[in-house]
Design a protein around this ligand. Structure first.
Ligand code: URA
Length: 274
């Protein structure tokens, strides 16, 4: 193909990828709009409506409540971050695992003073198995660098550790099922400061209803189960890529985080270390 004939095909592929159609499901294309010949159904004598016991029995999918309970027990049983990762690798209670390429557990240094939590991995993260490695991750790296931090001096994870198909927003049920794992991950990573990247992360972790425009830059308290730590919601880097004018607010938030890092650990934290 000449480059000029190649371009529309490339653009069409880019469009499919942007729309989330980025996986091959068959070797042959199928025209699902083509008229299908439906063979006439054989005439049947009128039947009485089936009673409930006669209904076909199908294996019920695991109820979300049961999956959330299983997640709580599994997360609680992890004594270390390595154990938590191994438990998540085996956990089948979240349907997102079936469509994701792999688990996206964390990046950075466990035990770092700052932990950042996003919403869910995207396409690049799904491929690499690491959070925030795509375009928004590159911006996050620059924001961290602006306050003297990098991937080795923070710990990064997501509420949901599997990529939702087509980068859609995780459903409330999916987030609820994954919540015990991320809360245990925070407890085991034991940061001094929790940064919630974007509204969904802040709402899920801090139990707040207000949107990110209202909550960003404010300090909240997050109880890790071991101690109370400071938590700040800020804009998600993906949002900042779409709305660059908002970067000045994120800059303020990151300066506040830098200032907070200059302060010694809270007294209850010192007690926790003893
Ligand atoms: N957005 C997120 O919330 N998390 C990632 O890991 C990447 C993009």
């Amino acid at each position: 193909m000449t480059p000029s004939r190649d371009k529309p095909a490339r653009e069409l592929l880019d469009f499919y990828i942007e729309a989330g159609a980025d996986a091959l499901v068959g070797e042959e294309p199928v025209d699902r709009f083509a008229a299908v010949e439906v063979p006439p159904r054989p005439a049947r004598a009128p039947q009485p409506p089936p009673t409930v016991p006669d209904m076909p029995q199908r294996a019920a999918p695991p109820a979300p409540d049961a999956a959330a309970m299983e997640a709580r027990e599994a997360a609680r049983s992890a004594a270390t971050l390595e154990e938590l990762r191994a438990i998540l690798e085996k956990f089948d209670g979240c349907a997102l695992k079936a469509t994701a390429t792999q688990l996206v557990f964390a990046d950075g240094t466990p035990g770092a003073r700052v932990m950042l939590v996003g919403e869910a991995p995207g396409r690049d993260e799904d491929i690499e198995g690491l959070p925030f490695v795509g375009r928004s991750g590159k911006l996050l790296d620059r924001m961290l660098a602006a306050i003297g931090l990098d991937r080795t001096s923070v710990y990064i994870a997501n509420i949901v550790p599997w990529r939702p198909p087509g980068n859609r927003t995780p459903t409330p049920q999916e987030s609820a099922i994954c919540l015990p794992f991320i809360t245990r991950q925070i407890e085991l990573a034991d940061p001094d400061i929790l940064v919630c990247l974007g509204g969904p992360s802040a709402q899920t972790l801090l139990g707040i209803k207000d949107g990110i425009t209202k909550t960003r830059g404010r300090w909240f308290t997050f109880n890790t189960g071991k101690r109370e730590i400071r938590a700040m919601p800020t804009f998600h880097p993906a949002f900042l890529l779409r709305s660059p004018l908002q970067k000045r607010f994120a800059w303020r938030d990151f300066l506040a985080i830098k200032k907070a890092l200059g302060k010694p650990r809270a007294p209850d934290a010192a007690q926790h270390e003893a």
